[in-house]
Write a protein that binds this ligand. Sequence first.
Ligand code: FAD
Length: 417
Amino acid sequence: MKIAVIGFGAAAIGFIERIKNEEHQIVVFEKSKDIYSSSISGIRADGKLFVSSEMGGEMFIDMALQKKLVDFYIANTEDNHVETGKSFSNSNYYKKFYEKGFMPITSDFYHIGTDQLKMVLYNIYEDFKSHHNIQFRFEQNIENVIINSNKIFVNGLDEAFDKVVVAVGRSGHKLVSSILKDHPEMILDNTKVDLGIRYEVPDHVVDELNKEMYEFKVKYKSKTGYMVRTFCNNPSGFVVTENYDDFVTVNGHAKMKEKSKNTNFAILVTIQLTEPFNDPMGYGSHIAKLSNLLAGKGKVILQTYDHFKNSKRTKNLYRVQPTLHNCKYILGDVNLAFPRRIIESIVDFIENLETVIPGIASPDNLVYAPEIKFYSNLIDNSKLDNLKVIGDCSGQTRSIIYATAHGYLMAESFLGK
Ligand SMILES: Cc1cc2nc3c(=O)[nH]c(=O)nc-3n(C[C@H](O)[C@H](O)[C@H](O)COP(=O)(O)OP(=O)(O)OC[C@H]3O[C@@H](n4cnc5c(N)ncnc54)[C@H](O)[C@@H]3O)c2cc1C
């Protein structure tokens, strides 16, 4: 079988790892310049690997397979050194949060760190490249996939494939949209978007919690009816901006060696609207653009928690100093850009969290906006035999391990396992 894999990220890695020793010909099309490019693959930032049945995607992934894939990534580090821990394995903590209305998310985590990830990706690539049946083609931005009876073609090239695996992550949404235009029957759902803030507090406020679990994940049904959740906790980490084609959002990461004095995490509100709404991407990006309009080109808004809560523009900071470089933010008021119901949900969440973690609602803690997590359209892979969509662009996964596992399982199904 001749198989085209579009994109070289976590999902493609899982797919190729499972199929590399079989006699199928694999051609990988990747839009980035080469393996060193800063735009290649989602496994470049942070590298927290989770084993959990409660987060990471919409599909069920067996815990043993998740752990096997974690071990695969760790085996590709320099010296197998990673930070590890468990979230909410301590029943006292579990109860403390549960009593206050939070839903604690349990998981095991393994943190590779941004600095080590480059090498992991490179080592995996070198191994794949050494297989005679695997060919990499860089600088190939695939814009269309055409099915012609039982053969399939990419970018109008003459070369025919028996199967195409689309693994383009979130950054490949244009290709997925073009495929869905031709095959709308593949869409299961497209109504969700997560909108919120990145919250930054001094390490000492959450020290005990960070020592206990490193990755602190809870969900909470706020008084507005919206579900609010924490995401991507970075002890002694850094806030960064993330560039989309036409707007900028905020994100966070942690490094293995360089440490700050602050912890940051996202607080996200899940917005799921009903008909006639069908453009969560449009909704989220309009709010992001409005925030950028207020902050100035390429910048995000920074505000103290007190001002965020009381809808006042921040002009000065007090005790907590931002880890985001000052050329990337403007002191302002997020209330001018976010709908009231989202702000109320976040404030309710933080005030309730204060009852479990004193100091989390201190007036001078920092709020950065916008932070957005888009959900891709949820794809039904049973509709077409020779075209499969895997990883984050399928809407089925949202993490490195789930995306890798999705690829791995797709390869198994190709092999009839
Ligand atoms: C800042 C940041 C930090 C994150 N940290 C973590 C974390 O710590 N732990 C965790 O579990 N998850 C994390 N994630 C999420 C994780 O990166 C993704 O869930 C995962 O990488 C998804 O894998 P994927 O293969 O679906 O897509 P990706 O890994 O994004 O790979 C897609 C690949 O396709 C290529 N591509 C896109 N379009 C085209 C095209 N048209 N033609 C050819 N090639 C194309 C891209 O260049 C890319 O190399 C993070 C995400 C971000 C943005």
